[in-house]
Every structure is written in C-alpha cells, then in structure tokens.
Design a protein around this ligand. Sequence first.
Ligand code: HEM
Length: 503
Amino acid sequence: MAVSIGVVSVIVTLSAILTYFLAKILRVFHLISKFDGPPALPIVGNAHLFHQDAREFFKQQEEWMKRYESKGIMRLWLGPMPLLGVYKAQHMEVVMSSSRHIKKGYVYTFLHPWLGRGLLTSTGQKWFHRRKLLTPTFHFSILQNFMDVFNEQSFIMAKKMEKFADQSEPFNIFPQITYCVLDIICDTAMGKSINAQGEGDNEYVTAVISMTNLVQERMKKPWFWPDLLYDNIQSGKKHANNLRVLHDMTTKIIKQRLQEPPRALDGSEEDAVAGKRRRIAFLDLLLQMHREDPSFTLEDIREEVDTFMFEGHDTTAAAASWTILMIGRHPEVQTRLHEELDEVFGDSDRPITADDLQKLQYLNCVFKETLRLCPSVPMIGRDLEEDCVIDGKVVPKGTLVVLGIYALHRDPEQFPDPEKFDPDRFLLENSTKRHPYAYVPFSAGPRNCIGQKFAMMEDKVILANLMRKFSVQAIQTMEETNPLGELIMRPRDGIYVKLSRRK
Ligand code: HEM
C-alpha cells in the first residue's frame, strides 16, 4: 500500500511538472502565433529557410521585413525559440525606453571570452552599476581632449591617401579608415600608440580584426556554438590565440600604467620629453576609479578597455566608410559639403576644433543620413525577462526581440522615399515632427551607446579632414558593395573610390 502511494505521488508530481511546462509552452505558442511571419515547421521552426550565404541572408531579411512592413512586426521561430523582429518607431520605444528589457540576446555570450561581463555584455545590477560608473568618462570635457588624437591620425591618413590621388585605378578605402580608427581608439582608450597606419604588421591590430571576424562568424553558425566543438576546430584555435594576444596586451599596459604616477585628469600636465600636454586616456580615468575604490578591480578595468576597443573601432570605421561612399555618389551633396568646409577653413590646413564641428552643420546632416541608410549596428537583440505588450498584444517572457534598426530607418511613414539619400531630412526644420524612436543608430533609452558623442566627433573630424583635401568619386552603388547585415553592417566587397586633390 505504502509503495503504491509513493508511486502515485511520483506520478502526480511528474504530471504536475509536465503540465506546468506544457502550459507554459502552449502559452508562448498561443501568444506568439498572434503575430504574422513566414510559415514554420514543427521543431525546426523557420531555421530551414535561412540562407547560409551571408549576403543572401541579408537580402532575405530585407525581403521579409518588406513583406510585414505595414505592421513593422515579424515573427520567426529559431527552432523552438520565438523571435519577434520589430521595426516601427512606437514598437521600438516599448523595448528601448524600458529599464526592464535590457538583457542582451544569447549571441552576445560569444563576446564573453574577450570582453568578460563589461558594459556591453552585462545585465541587471552589474550593468546598472557599471553604466553609472562609466558615464562621466564620456563627458564632453574629456572628449574635447581627444580632438588632438582625431586630428593627428586623420592627418596621417589624408597624407597616406595622397599616393592614391589622381590615379586612374580605384582603391578600397575601407581598410585605410579601419587602421586610422584603430590608431585613434588605442590612443584614446589605452594611451598607447600602435601605429596601425604604419607599414609593418602589428600583432595586436591583426588580433583585433581577426577576433571581430571570428565572433561574427560564430554568431552566424549555430553548429559553432558548443564550446567543446568550437575549441577543437581551426576557428576556435585561432580564437584562443587571438585572445592570448589581446589580453596580454591590455593587461601589460594596465600594469605598466599602474606603476606610473597618476596623470592630471584635466590633461594640463606637460610631458617633459615631448614638450607638449600629456594626454589622458580612458584608462587613466578607470585607474583613478580603481585607486578610489579597489572593488573596481584591474580585471574589471581590462573588461572595459577591451569593450571600448571592440565597440569603438568597427562601428566608426563602417560609418565613415559608408559616408565616403554616399558623398562619392552624390556630386551635389559633395559640392555643398566642400562649400561649407571652405567657408569654415578657407585655405588653412589647421586642426579642427570642437567649435568648428558645431559650424559644420551640413556635414552633420550627411553623416546622420548615412547612418540612417547604413546603420553600423543594423539590429540589436533583447532577451525578454518578462512579458511586454507590443501593438496591443502580449509578447511572452523568453522571446528574443530583435530591434531592426536598418528596417526602421526605411519606414516610408517616417522617411518618405526612404531609399533616397537626402541629408536635408536632418535639417532642424525637417526633423522636429519625427517620432523620437524613428531614428536610433546609437539605440536609445537607458541602454543606448555610451560612445555616441565620441563617435560623432571622431568620424566628423576624419571626414572633414579628408574632404578638405580631396574630391571623391565612388564607383559602386551601395548594392554593388554587397552589404552584410551582421553584428556590424559592412561592405562585403569593400568600398572602391577614386580621389582627386582639391588644391
Ligand atoms: C558610429 C559609431 C557607433 C555606433 C553606430 C554605435 C552604436 C551602438 C548601439 C546601437 C549600441 C547598443 C547595442 C545594444 O544594445 O546591443 C551601442 C552600445 C555601446 N557602444 Fe556604441 N556605437 C558606435 C561607436 C561607439 C564607440 C566609439 C564606443 C566607445 C568608445 C562605443 C561604445 C559602446 C558601448 C560600451 C556600448 C554598450 C552600452 C551599454 O550597454 O550600456 N560605441 N553602440
């Protein structure tokens, strides 16, 4: 009798657990099925439809987004996992403005080995604390100190470009800009000059570029996801090797700098050898925080320096390169830009100041319009930790919400004739009525890009210093560059241009 009571209670408990999970699954299925999307199969969902080729996959996403454009919501099943793509301003607002939906999607875990649980990858209280701690490091007064670096490196790049000027063969400008922004981010994040723009191979630069590519490759290929498998294939071994180079370098620099006397954080100190102001880097500010509060450890500092290195190079390189493509394809825009630059700088080749940037309003519009059509971060993933309501329907906890910035920026209700490149859309008089979440290349709300002002200043200095010297002619359409919409939106086939000297 005692045995049968035991058996019955086990069966009852198991049934209760099973019923609980089944009810949960059915609830998710029931709620998600209220949203439209391509027909799905049991178990695999829509995974069998996905193109393996990166370019074809991006085109497929564009085609799907178009199909469900009127609502700006599209449902997909990644196997048994529900995914909701949203790309109307009012839906973006629901997720982006909330301080509850801040958990990054699963694919961000592939950044953990490199970036740890730093600002980009952490969530909950840890993220909140870090964000509060780091926000002052991006204050305008700190960024102004970086203008020297932006000018110095973009002058080096413009000088190097002279060899391409007036030659009949086009060249790929994307790698040149990437090396320039790598020099800038190493100098501003770590206070270290690595001379990526120099001729020689640099182990650290090679590792940053290779690591970024490997992480993107792994995100795209679910069969690369289990560590046990990944660690034993060629990509995984390369990943491990890069990781050693990257962490060795940042650890070495942090330790070196810790031995030195702290630098004046207002950048007022003179360098006795160089005879000019000693620059400060983000690292100096982070070390100061460590001195004041050792619970912010050296490992925490490394996470943040690595995060700035990762987030601060590909994004800005892509944005500046796409802008050059757009300028090179629109002669009327180029003429207006040259007129504005001539008005501010005349014949002078002096460095650009923060005040000059304020005056370069048309450049600002050109850059913003480029980020509309070619947002460096084309989409963002959020793992819902609680239900939310989008378009009057409940989206259940556990759904991966993909905020489609690329598609959002093409909403004809917000941007009539959306494929047309028209910088005037961003003149003050044309943008005041737009929904605040219709244009979000840097995301918006509590989890927006902390480096937004840095990126805008840096890229505008790079572009202005190039365009003061050269005219540019692009030989591809955007389509012909074969854009890929991965973690970063980048041209698969590079950006080929011809340059001619202005004077
Ligand atoms: C054109 C250049 C850039 C664009 C378009 C851009 C865009 C973005 C976007 C869309 C996000 C949100 C990502 C998400 O929620 O998953 C983000 C986050 C972030 N960005 Fe940027 N970014 C740029 C440049 C930079 C630079 C130069 C830095 C650093 C120096 C930087 C540092 C960060 C960090 C640390 C985060 C995470 C913030 C947080 O979660 O609190 N970004 N960026």
